[in-house]
Ligand binder design. Structure first.
Ligand code: NAD
Ligand code: MG
Length: 399
């Protein structure tokens, strides 16, 4: 281990992943030093985090919030410098004194700072799956070009990474398939015909995980798993046909790898994001995470359901869009992500029904015509176009 603590920037520190990251970091003050934090809302929490972790910089992406934060910190005699706006995220992600960046912003809003960290050659801890779904191969080119180390924080991808051999070059020849587990969310056994009536509160009530509202709705539609299939394709470089999804309601087996000899290696643990966060921070070593141990004496039976069983395809029509988008033109995964972000926001604001999230996603994919984006600006332009289109569709559906 280096003598000096590793400097880390935590983007999206006020969110569920951000808070869990700071919890793990606080357990290892000799190893890690918080260099920068960022938050978009929940400014009281961001203020408290600044006092507790004393970062060099804090980014308030919302300008109004930034001004208020600045005067409150000054009144406390804090030396933390307040930066405002989205461009400042790129600065604290790529700063020369930063060793690692936790990307825990939700949605495509985190893409630019991920790319900045990648180009600057940082250890990039990726929770912000939407950034990779949007960026796709352009994101991976930035990682390779910058000499960055990209490590997954999503529990499934961390599990797969922990189950794979260290020798990355061998993966295409030794891995038969990767098996992503999915809890099935709050509506796993619900009659698909009644999904039109569910409320945002019901959709956000995940049985196993406590998370931000956007990913909670994605778990209820299983669009979260669709995004994770796309994420897995880019992270591990395996063709989409070798990525499978299995429903596992207990969320104890976090995911698995099946090798060509039919051996299956899995990673297990209690559902607590501090596990994968600690692994990303310490890899290839391991550190204490605060996560409870699995209690095999009281653990209920583990069960698995294939996605083709029962009414799962009717219940979760969005999952298939992952393979469809990966088979289509480059940029299609960005269109899918943009439509889904708009549709989920419209559902949370009670403008459209739960089942209409899929309708917006599918209709946007079908209607938008575009050429494969060759650069990041072209990709961002496509993202904007897809959002505008989805917004229009959502408005048309508004109840
Ligand atoms: P959250 O909503 O709790 O937190 C999101 C963070 O991003 C907050 O700090 C918020 O202030 C910030 N933010 C929101 N909009 C922003 C914008 N436009 N610009 C800049 N910052 C913005 O979300 P979360 O549950 O912590 O999830 C964060 C990411 O991690 C998501 O991509 C999610 O899919 C992924 N993830 C989360 C979990 C989990 O258990 N929560 C698990 C796996 C992956
Ligand atoms: Mg996950």
């Amino acid at each position: 281990m280096d003598q000096r603590p590793q400097n880390i920037t935590v983007l999206g520190s006020t969110g569920s992943i951000g808070v869990n990251t700071l919890d793990v970091l606080a357990r290892h003050p000799q190893r890690f030093s918080v260099f920068a934090l960022s938050g978009h809302s929940r400014i009281d929490l961001l203020f408290a985090q600044c006092l507790a972790h004393r970062p060099r910089f804090v980014v308030a992406t919302d300008a109004q919030a930034g001004a208020a934060l600045e005067s409150r910190l000054a009144a406390q005699g804090s030396t933390t410098r307040v930066l405002q706006g989205h461009a400042a995220l790129d600065e604290v992600a790529a700063h020369e004194e930063v060793d690692m960046v936790m990307a825990a912003i939700v949605g495509a809003a985190g893409l630019s700072s991920c790319i900045a960290a990648a180009r600057a050659g940082k250890r990039l801890l990726l929770a912000n799956k939407e950034a990779l779904v949007v960026g796709g191969s352009l994101f991976m080119e930035a990682v390779d070009g910058g000499g960055a180390t990209l490590l997954p924080i999503d529990s499934e991808h961390s599990a797969i990474f922990q189950s794979l051999p260290a020798d990355r070059v061998s993966w295409p020849s030794v891995v038969e398939k990767i098996i992503l587990t999915a809890s099935g969310g709050p509506f796993r056994t619900r009659d698909p015909a009644t999904l039109r009536d569910v409320t945002p509160e019901q959709a956000c009530a995940h049985p196993n995980w406590s998370m931000g509202r956007k990913i909670s709705v994605d778990s209820a539609t299983m669009m979260n798993k669709a995004l994770e299939v796309i994420e897995a394709k880019f992270l591990f470089g395996l063709e989409p046909a070798r990525i499978e999804v299995i429903i596992h309601p207990q969320s104890v087996v976090h995911s698995m790898v099946q090798f060509v000899d039919r051996a299956v290696v899995a990673q297990l643990g209690v559902p607590d994001m501090r596990g994968p966060i600690a692994y990303g921070l310490s890899w290839p070593a391991r550190i204490e995470s605060g996560t409870a141990a699995l209690d095999f004496a009281t653990m209920s039976a583990l069960s698995f359901e294939t996605f083709d069983a029962g009414a799962h395809r009717a219940r979760f029509p969005g999952l298939q869009l992952a393979w469809d988008a990966l088979a289509a033109l480059r940029g299609t995964t960005a269109v899918l992500n943009a439509a889904n972000e708009i549709a989920v926001a419209a559902f949370l604001e009670e403008q459209i029904r739960f089942d209409q999230i899929h309708a917006v996603n599918q209709a946007t994919l079908e209607a938008l015509h575009f050429g494969a984006p060759a650069s990041l600006p072209e990709l961002l332009d496509l993202d904007l176009r897809a959002r505008a289109h989805a917004q229009q569709l959502a408005k048309g559906l508004a109840r």
